[in-house]
Ligand binder design. Structure first.
Ligand code: GLU
Length: 419
């Protein structure tokens, strides 16, 4: 099977191709970005609590490393396969380049539903996976981080396993670690915080201000959605709808975000919350709100439901939540889309800070981290907005253009080996 048979990979490459056409990029440069540099598929056998052995499929894909070591998360999800991992690795190449990090793009994952495994089984899975991919990762080569289905604990097991293999503690092999073992302040909430910053920048560009009349719907009230909701509520916005796997909750007067996040963080489902109207995830996406934040998974807005999406601003908190066709439909009716590689880049930006702090063994305070995060995202947003104006194109293509221009420059300087 070709990678191009998979919708997410085909979409990611076609978006790249479209941006390359708009900017007039040399086809030889595009050709070099078409396939991942390196892809490793591994068997991850573990002993389950009942004594039986089960083998899971794992992957680590490095898309391009022209700008620096590979960077990108590890996903534990039933939908993980080689083509999805390759597509997400490709997006990481452009995300890192867009926000000016000296890093390339990579991604990893295991095809597994982590909610069906015990803590012990998850630990075995993480440690065996780390061992299997250990030959291509490292603090100078490729640095994993959390993604869907993984968290600080996963990174702690991962770092410990890699360190055991090498014989000494190597915090720089992963980011998104707990603070107690070399994690960075602000990393946990950085992706959602970045989304909230980007929504604010979009409001500024549109000459509007966020206030109590600003309505927001968030698809996926998790690692990205919760801090985005908290920050936007603090900016004065009214969060009217949020969702999890059990469905969505709606309150036109605004939800109590603190109460909702305490509820979900204690492991309870949103559908069991009192005093709210239950709606479906599909209905949430189509609400008549000012801002829609799809922050769960890819492919939730397609050409089928795109014509019914009413939000004025769509902030892509997840990776690839809008298909290429959906982006075309929404852009054509004047919807303002903040593209994923910009909107959710806060996570990898603070990952980069964590990596740098780890390499230096010198740690920064939260104000420094948040103000550096803000400044990098502000510059990147302005750059994408000006590029969109210059080329008379949408924000998605503009984001790819900015990233492609940086990678092209570096590729030309480094040359093609052998010449
Ligand atoms: N998984 C996150 C992303 O998709 C973070 C990656 C990282 O921090 O390396 O951007």
């Amino acid at each position: 099977m070709s990678l191009f048979d998979a919708p997410l990979f085909k979409d990611a490459y076609e978006q790249l191709e479209d941006a390359a056409d708009v900017m007039g990029l040399d086809r030889n440069i595009l050709e070099r970005l078409k396939y991942p540099k390196r892809a490793l598929q591994v068997a991850v056998p573990i002993r389950l609590d009942d004594g039986s052995v089960r083998t899971f499929q794992g992957y680590r894909v490095q898309h391009n490393m022209t700008l620096g070591p590979g960077k990108g998360g590890i996903r534990f999800h039933p939908g993980v396969d080689l083509s999805e991992t390759a597509a997400l690795a490709m997006l990481m190449t452009f995300k890192c380049a867009l926000v000016g990090l000296p890093l390339g793009g990579a991604k990893g994952g295991i095809e597994v539903d982590p909610t069906t495994l015990s803590r012990q089984e998850l630990q075995s899975l993480t440690r065996r996976y780390c061992t299997e991919i250990s030959m291509i990762i490292g603090p100078n080569t490729d640095i994993p981080a959390p993604d869907i289905g993984t968290d600080g604990q996963t990174m702690a097991w991962f770092m410990d396993t890699y360190s055991q293999l090498k014989g000494y503690t190597i915090p720089g092999v992963v980011t998104g670690k707990p603070i107690a073992i070399g994690g960075s302040l602000g990393r946990a909430e950085s992706t959602g915080k970045g989304v909230a910053f980007c929504v604010n920048f979009a409001y500024q560009k549109l000459d509007k201000v966020i206030d109590k009349n600003t309505t927001v719907a968030i698809h996926g009230f998790g690692k990205v959605g919760v801090p985005a909701a908290e920050d936007l509520a603090a900016q004065g916005a009214r969060i009217v709808a949020i969702s999890d796997v059990s469905g969505a909750v709606y309150n036109e007067n605004g939800l109590d975000i603190e109460k909702c996040s305490q509820w979900t963080q204690s492991g309870k489902l949103l559908k069991d919350l009192d005093g709210v109207k239950l709606i479906s995830n599909e209905e949430l996406l189509e609400l008549d709100v000012d801002v829609l934040i799809p922050a769960a998974i890819d492919g939730v807005v397609t050409k089928e439901n795109a014509p019914r999406i009413k939000a004025k601003i769509i902030a892509e908190g997840a990776n690839g939540p809008l298909t290429k066709e959906a982006i075309q439909i929404i852009s054509a009716r004047g919807g303002f889309i903040i593209p994923d590689i910009l909107c959710n880049a806060g996570g990898v930006i603070v990952s980069y800070f964590e990596w740098v702090q780890g390499l230096q063994n010198f740690f920064w305070d939260l104000d420094q981290i948040n103000s550096k995060l803000h400044d990098i995202l502000k510059d990147s947003f302005d750059n994408v907005f000006e590029t969109a104006t210059k080329y008379n194109t949408d924000m998605k293509k503009a984001a790819f253009i900015v990233a492609l221009a940086r990678i092209e420059r570096a590729m030309r300087l480094r040359g093609l080996f052998p010449a």
